[in-house]
Design a binder for this molecule. Sequence first.
Ligand code: NAD
Ligand code: ZN
Ligand code: ZN
Length: 344
Amino acid sequence: MRALRCRGDGEAPEVGAVADPEPGPGQVLLEVTAAGICHSDITVMNLPGEGLPFPMPLVLGHEGAGTVAALGEGVTGWEVGDAAAVYGAWGCGVCAKCAEGRENYCLRAAGLGIFSPGLGAPGAIAEYLLVDDARHLVPLGGLDPVRAVPLTDAGLTPYHAIKRSLPKLTPGSIAVVIGVGGLGHVAVQLLRALSPATVVALDVSEAKLDLARQVGAHETLLSDEHAATAFRALTGGQGAQAVFDLVGAPATVALAAALAGVESDIVIVGLGGGRIPVGFGALPHGTTVSSTYWGTRAELIEVLALARTGAVEVHVETYALDQAPHAYERLHEGKVNGRAVILP
Ligand code: NAD
Ligand code: ZN
Ligand code: ZN
């Protein structure tokens, strides 16, 4: 079959032929209908090409949806032809976190060498995807796979981050989204759907701020050296109750700290390498700083259910498999509005 592979060391990914996967016991073979591309893939492309705990070249893609093409021995509950989204945060399935469906925080995955598709295991930007266990499939339930596939990460990740902060997002509160890309434009919609908070979105690009307003942000601000002052002017000096940093760079985590109010949450989702100093007086009193990873299987079911109500709509641009390297160039240049989805 054909697939998009990356070699690491910052090299551009390439479309080529790889062996056809076959499902073993408990596994499911999915014919991929749509695969989303995430900024984290660029981090993967920049990993060293050797010495990793998984083999390179690696088939990219950790947002996948498709139809069941073949069932491994012992799989029940699924039929060939069923449409499914893939829950990508694969864990061991038995530890305390996995037992709760919180496989994104599996206690044993690293030790057992369990990797998510496209993040160590062969990924979804391919004609077929081998799904390690039938429990990783969630029925699409009538959703269009092209618009739904980004919900498996660009939807699920902010959903998980936001849900933890909902008790702080009471009427009159302010929620901030930094970075209105694939994750951020869904985050704005999730905040509008799940909370009464005023949503303030920041980005370096005017086009992304346009998108933020289009999807429901009450206020938008350019993310530059004047952003904190502009924010305080906008809010009458009030700090935010929750700040979701979907960039995570040194400049944005510093901005997140500057926008946070007392007893607020600062949630760092982006992989930009920024660090926030914590200590008495470093942040407004009572502030909690955390980083979150992906989301739970139950939350993916919830995000898909929310999408079925029409409350969340992913803006997508689509590409054929051969155009996938071009889609990544556009993502790298900050030109993708919403999420780019590959149709293998
Ligand atoms: P994206 O490229 O689609 O969006 C990033 C957005 O941030 C763009 O709109 C860009 O203009 C904006 N931006 C860049 N610099 C900025 C700045 N200084 N201030 C404000 N905005 C800025 O990326 P994405 O796919 O949405 O991913 C976002 C981040 O989240 C990436 O770092 C990705 O690796 C990470 N991520 C983390 C998880 C997790 O589980 N923690 C999951 C998925 C993605
Ligand atoms: Zn991702
Ligand atoms: Zn586990």
